[in-house]
Write a protein that binds this ligand. Structure first.
Ligand code: NAD
Length: 420
């Protein structure tokens, strides 16, 4: 039995094999050859796509490193399964496990609309300070797309994950709290508000805005990206989204002046006189940006944006490159990272072995990249490329492609393994 000093679990058993990923002071991961990776299966289609993801990941690691490296997937619980077993939608053991093992992967979790429980995803992000939601979207040759030139799509959205209207600070219509705030606003701040309102707060801090911009710039430098676009509605929401924009530029100018150049600085200079090793930092208003990603995708690379804009924008960008079934994602903080499919639980296809597992599989490739197992990550990405080019796909892509062979979720995962 492996020893995990300091790991305190109440409801679930310790992992039976493997070693923990640890972290040096400066945030660098120390990854053993046998890391334990906790996983949350997810609701709805979660079990199907998680099974496929594990098969493909284990295969890629084996093909890349033989018996020298192995991931020990270890189940932890959140969502419907957790509620069924433990009578709770999220247990402390899950948070403890992710904090302890530093890297985890999860399937989608159900969130009832209006009323009921608060989103487990939001609770996980808040409790673990996973402040950056990172969603890369690139086009895979052969995938159906509504764009004329879809191969121009290669963007990575850095969505601030903890603030904005998603912070969960809201009160229902008619509640004592709602009336208190309304009365304060009408009586003391001179604001005119109807009586029958629900109220939510949109907090955006300088701290949170600078923190996500720092992460986006570091990523752009590490990955040799050419530009970072700050997407905001600062023209309307001046003191929240406007603050976000100002803070992002401040970080770029004050902390990374050697590596970036702002659009303002670049203006008036000829293309030849621009330093070609510098990352261009620019900003766009969110509504205009939705048009830009369709008309000029080649002009956009890394995108940094507050929570709500980022939620909408990353789904819209994903739609240009094969839809939600194709786009991976990660929620990353300074202490831990949780990789996840960007789509939801697709309840109508639960347990039918039907849906596209690529989103979770590419999230796993991001995870392998994050822990430095780049060869295995690349094997997964090239297997996805090869499989889609051979037109072996799940129903969602098959119905939009000519001469496609439609396969089940598990058969698609097997094909990826064969194509590795
Ligand atoms: P959804 O992503 O579950 O489904 C929307 C549509 O997208 C589906 O009808 C399907 O046509 C398509 N789709 C999504 N993923 C697919 C895949 N892998 N393969 C093929 N087609 C796919 O979104 P929804 O219906 O709005 O939400 C359902 C539930 O999921 C809700 O409870 C919601 O709160 C939850 N949700 C969870 C997460 C998460 O855990 N991160 C994210 C989004 C939604």
């Amino acid at each position: 039995m492996t020893d995990f000093p300091g790991l305190k679990l109440t409801n679930i058993d310790m992992p039976s094999s493997g070693s923990p990923i640890t972290m040096r002071d400066e945030g660098k991961l120390i990854v053993p050859n046998d890391p334990v990776v906790p996983f949350i299966e997810g609701d709805g289609i979660g079990p199907d796509i998680t099974r496929a993801m594990k098969m493909v990941t284990e295969n890629a690691v084996y093909k890349a490193y033989g018996r020298n490296r192995k991931i020990y997937f270890w189940e932890i619980y959140a969502g419907e399964k957790c509620n069924k077993i433990f009578g709770n939608w999220l247990i402390d053991d899950t948070l403890e496990a992710i904090k302890y093992f530093k890297v985890a992967i999860k399937g989608p979790l159900t969130t009832p609309v209006g009323g009921g429980i608060r989103s487990i995803n939001v609770r996980l992000r808040q409790a673990l300070e996973l402040y950056a939601c990172i969603r890369p979207v690139r086009y895979f040759d052969g995938v159906p797309s509504p764009l004329r030139d879809p191969w121009k799509v290669n963007m990575v959205v850095f969505r601030e994950n903890m603030e904005d209207v998603y912070a969960g600070i809201e009160w229902p219509k008619g509640s004592v709290e709602c009336m208190k705030i309304r009365n304060f606003l009408t009586e003391e701040m001179g604001v005119s508000l109807r009586e029958d309102i629900g109220l939510g707060i949109k907090p955006i801090s300088a701290f949170g805005s600078k923190r996500i911009m720092r992460k986006a710039i570091k990523y752009a430098i590490e990955q040799n990206r050419s530009s970072i676009t700050i997407v905001h509605k600062g023209n309307i929401m001046k003191y929240t989204e406007g603050l976000f924009r100002a803070c992002c530029y401040k970080v770029a100018e004050e902390e990374f002046s050697g590596q970036v150049i702002t659009e303002g600085e670049a203006r008036g200079k000829t293309a030849e006189s621009l330093p070609d090793n510098k990352i261009l930092v620019k900003d766009r208003i969110a509504d205009a940006m939705f048009q830009q990603i369709l008309l000029r995708p080649e002009d956009y690379d890394v995108i940094v944006t507050p929570n709500l804009n980022g939620d909408y924008l990353s789904d819209a960008i994903a739609a240009t490159a094969g839809g939600l079934g194709m786009a991976p994602g990660a929620n990353v903080g300074d202490e831990a990272a949780v990789f996840e499919a960007t789509h939801g639980t697709v309840p109508k296809y639960a347990d039918l072995d039907k849906v596209n597992p690529t989103s979770l599989i590419l999230s796993s490739a991001m995870m392998l990249d994050h822990i430095g197992w780049k060869e295995a990550a690349e094997l997964i990405v090239s297997a996805v490329e090869r499989t889609i080019q051979s037109r072996v796909v799940t129903y969602d892509l098959a119905r939009q492609m000519e001469k496609a062979t439609e396969v089940s979720c598990s058969k698609y995962a097997e094909t990826l393994c064969q194509n590795m």
